[in-house]
Design a protein around this ligand. Structure first.
Ligand code: SAM
Ligand code: SF4
Ligand code: SF4
Length: 338
């Protein structure tokens, strides 16, 4: 008992130290590292599957366990990692080791950018529960296979639902609420008639949130369908609290949760899929990469101190356009580091 108390005291002190370190150097608590840019599906408008299946900036690959481990050891102020980005995390052959290691090091893992959940082994499903993977957003754009596979080409609705049921069985076995599930439904003309079914199915499958997302081609205007595209289906304070930690804008990712590619290249934010910042976090360490020349330029652009140019993703981003038009650039003084 005494030994345990001493250990938890020591851990609290270490935590305090890194908190102070983050505050002094204005460093993030979260990072986004792509677990796998490869995908087995062929969704019609996916920027990764267009142009002969090759996005030269992101490339095809996955986060290696050794890189993940070294990243955690080297950047100990990072406490949470978002793994999903441009592909399907469950195709990463090192994922089991990554999940286990994160758990032993007290690192929170999430996949809120999205997963298609078509191919998940029983071993991984169990590990997600056993090692308390915090939250997953599952992309399901339909409530029947016929509708679902019109966008999610090569995918199967029934397989996804079956995987969710298996995951729920493990949650029961381990008496755990993790991973907390969000249902993301991209609204297209071909699937909007099935939105009315989601609530019932979501409750049956133990989803905590429903998120109706506007498609990149904006073919259906969400505000014309609903005033509440994001809905929380639970009263659990613990669950609601877990969502708060990721509740900030996309541009704020530059400060709060920078996006890193699977090979360590710094991208900046998750909208920066066609430009990188010419520095490798796995080689330099995150702190150095975050104060590199191009990263500083990207931050200056979005705080309105410099103009965008064609080497930086903001130049083409709708959010930059809006910020410029309405002069609503980020105010660095309002950023908080804890
Ligand atoms: C490139 S995907 C990668 C993650 C995962 N494979 C998935 O599909 O959820 C990144 C995010 O874009 C979403 N997405 C895909 N096609 C989209 C579209 N046409 N409009 C809006 N979001 C889309 C995905 O659902 C996911 O949330
Ligand atoms: S499942 Fe995700 S990554 Fe895969 S093709 Fe579809 S949108 Fe792209
Ligand atoms: S404006 Fe720039 S920083 Fe903001 S989301 Fe777009 S690319 Fe990222």
């Amino acid at each position: 008992m005494k030994k345990y108390m001493e250990k938890s005291k020591k851990l609290k002190l270490i935590d305090k130290f890194w908190k102070l370190y983050r505050k002094i150097y204005k460093l993030p608590k979260l990072a986004r590292i792509e677990a796998c840019s490869i995908c087995q599906l062929d969704c019609r408008d996916c920027y990764m599957r267009k142009n002969s299946n090759n996005n030269p900036i992101i490339g095809n690959g996955y986060l290696k366990f050794d890189d993940f481990k070294n990243f955690i050891k080297r950047n100990q102020y990072i406490k949470q990692i978002e793994l999903s980005f441009s592909g399907e995390i469950f195709l990463n052959p090192d994922l089991l080791d990554i999940i286990k290691y994160a758990y032993t090091e007290g690192i929170i893992l999430t996949a809120h950018n999205g997963v298609n959940f078509n191919n998940v082994s029983d071993e991984i499903l169990e590990a997600l529960v056993k090692y308390k993977f915090k939250g997953i957003t599952i992309s399901i754009d339909g409530t029947s296979n016929e509708t679902y596979k019109r966008y999610r080409r090569n995918g199967n609705y029934d397989t996804v639902i079956n995987n969710i049921k298996k995951l729920n069985n493990y949650k029961e076995k381990y008496n755990s609420i993790f991973p907390i599930l969000t249902w993301q439904y991209i609204v297209f003309e071909h699937n909007k008639h099935e939105i009315c079914n989601i609530d019932e199915i979501a409750k049956e499958l133990n989803f905590a949130r429903i998120y109706l997302k506007e498609a990149w081609n904006n073919e259906v205007k969400i505000h014309e369908i609903t005033r509440f595209p994001l809905r929380i289906l639970t009263n659990s304070k613990e669950i609601i609290k877990t969502f708060e930690s990721i509740n900030f804008g996309l541009c704020e990712q530059l400060w709060y949760s920078p996006q890193i590619n699977w090979d360590g290249t710094l991208l900046g934010c998750c909208c920066s899929t066609h430009h990188n910042l010419n520095i490798n976090v796995f080689k330099t360490g995150l702190k150095k990469a975050l104060s590199s020349k191009k990263m500083k330029l990207m931050k200056n652009i979005i705080t309105g101190k410099e103009h965008a140019n064609d080497t930086i993703a903001c130049n083409w981003c709708y959010l930059y356009k809006i910020k410029k038009e309405h002069n609503t650039f980020i105010n660095p003084k309002k950023l908080r580091f804890n």
